[in-house]
Design a protein. Structure first.
Length: 153
């Protein structure tokens, strides 16, 4: 057996496909954890710069499958009882209408409806890590809901 070494990924190196990343829940207090925020910043610095970001957050479950804002809209502060500073966070990333078009085409099939929710902003599961990874909020972001497993929907 021989081992094949994967070329090192650098910001200058681009791929046809960007890597898919799994980030743990973006709880607001994680923004105060220097280790977590540093790791996210370092990770994003080692990745090629994305043209757009598709986020799927466990904090948005919907049926039918839904695409969030394709323009800049306010964040969704879908948490309660935290200090006021967590409700003051802003992340005014541009929407990603071209990415939304591509996702719609990939997802639409008989029996798989897709709806647009143009006024739904990013929830904390999406924006908390993005603030640390891409603080300039200059990369278009599209959030997609998780499909609900509730049989009533």
């Amino acid at each position: 057996m021989s081992a094949t070494r994967t070329p090192e990924l650098t910001p200058e190196r681009t791929l046809e496909r960007m890597p898919a990343l799994y980030l743990s829940h973006g709880a607001p207090p994680l923004a105060d954890d220097a280790l977590w925020t540093g790791q996210l910043a370092d990770w994003s610095a080692d990745l090629p710069r994305p043209k757009a970001i598709l986020m799927i957050s466990a904090h948005w479950e919907d049926a039918p499958l839904s695409l969030g804002a394709t323009g800049t809209v306010p964040l969704v502060y879908d948490f309660w009882g935290f200090p006021d500073r967590y409700y003051q966070v802003r992340y005014e990333a541009p929407g990603a209408p071209e990415l939304a078009d591509s996702v719609r085409k990939l997802l639409r099939a008989p029996g798989i409806p897709v709806q647009d929710v143009p006024d739904r902003g990013l929830d904390h599961g999406a924006y908390v890590p993005l603030v640390e990874m891409y603080p300039g909020a200059d990369i278009p972001v599209l959030q997609v809901s998780m499909p609900t497993l509730d049989p009533a929907d």
